[in-house]
Design a protein around this ligand. Structure first.
Ligand SMILES: C[S@@+](CC[C@H](N)C(=O)[O-])C[C@H]1O[C@@H](n2cnc3c(N)ncnc32)[C@H](O)[C@@H]1O
Length: 251
């Protein structure tokens, strides 16, 4: 078995329900360090998200946040917006518990659902009444393979209300870059710019990313947006390391 396959298997095991608590406590601490170092540019990208939500939605709007995690940055982005309803979905029960606390500063109806969004989105589609003005996936889509991403985005198009937005914040590889070159560039950058991580934590991030990061190019997402007849597609933010982007798909 290749190293990559072994890592992939380990990663899949870590997402098994019985291991989620352990996964959460180990990985979450490291993820928080990455956020604190702002290496992934969360502050700037969520600032851009806040500006978009304020300017685009003049009327009350409903948001679906897929892979919401602890929703700490989403809560900041939603401050002083016209948010009327928020639904956060995540695998992790402990993350959802923290998300509830973080979202308490936002005055709107809120629901938190534990589960796999790839299974829950088709269920929401069947419930005709649930349509969302904005669907956000932040740092959670890149674990899926291309066909799964394509299929999910097609379903999200149908889950949006008229004039709604699908916002994708995620790692994106350059047009001429394959997955391996992307991972090398990203991991070298991380080692250079993120001194908060101990060698052991860096190694955890490296193992995780090698096993489960499958970034696509911006052009691939644009093609998917055309396939599902989104009226417009644009990149609203790109970080200085050219690792992450905020892409907006207009219903
Ligand atoms: C890196 S965190 C990002 C959290 C938050 N969206 C942010 O940007 O800070 C990824 C989150 O997505 C969740 N996640 C990944 N794939 C998922 C899936 N298929 N269904 C539900 N949650 C998922 C993980 O449990 C984790 O909380």
């Amino acid at each position: 078995m290749s190293d990559i396959t072994q890592l992939q298997n380990r990663e899949e095991e870590s997402f098994a329900p019985q291991n989620l608590q352990e996964y959460f406590s180990k990985q979450w601490k490291v993820y928080q360090k990455l956020l604190n170092s702002n290496y992934l540019g969360h502050r700037e990208v969520y600032c851009r998200l806040h500006e978009l939500l304020v300017s685009y939605f003049q009327k009350p709007f409903k948001m679906l946040d897929l892979g919401c995690g602890d929703a700490s940055f989403t809560a900041q982005a939603l401050l002083n917006t016209k948010i009327a309803f928020y639904n956060g979905i995540d695998f992790s029960t402990p993350a959802l518990e923290i998300a509830k606390q973080n979202m308490a500063i936002i005055q709107c109806a809120q629901t938190f659902t534990q589960g796999d969004f790839s299974e829950l989105v088709p269920q929401l589609l069947q419930q005709q009444q649930d349509r969302f003005d904005v669907i956000l996936i932040s740092f959670a889509l890149h674990h899926l393979h291309l066909q799964q991403k394509d299929c999910l985005i097609g379903q999200l198009k149908s889950l949006l209300s008229s004039g709604g937005l699908f916002i994708l914040i995620d790692i994106v590889r350059q047009e001429k870059e394959d997955r391996e070159s992307y991972l090398r560039r990203h991991l070298e950058g991380l080692q250079k710019h993120c001194s908060l991580l101990t060698p052991q934590e860096y190694s955890m991030v490296e193992n995780h990313d090698l096993a489960s990061d499958f970034p696509e190019t911006q052009q691939t997402f644009e093609k998917i947006s055309q396939k599902y007849n989104f009226t417009r597609f644009e990149c609203l933010h790109r970080d200085p390391h050219d690792i992450i982007q905020m892409l907006c798909f207009y219903q």
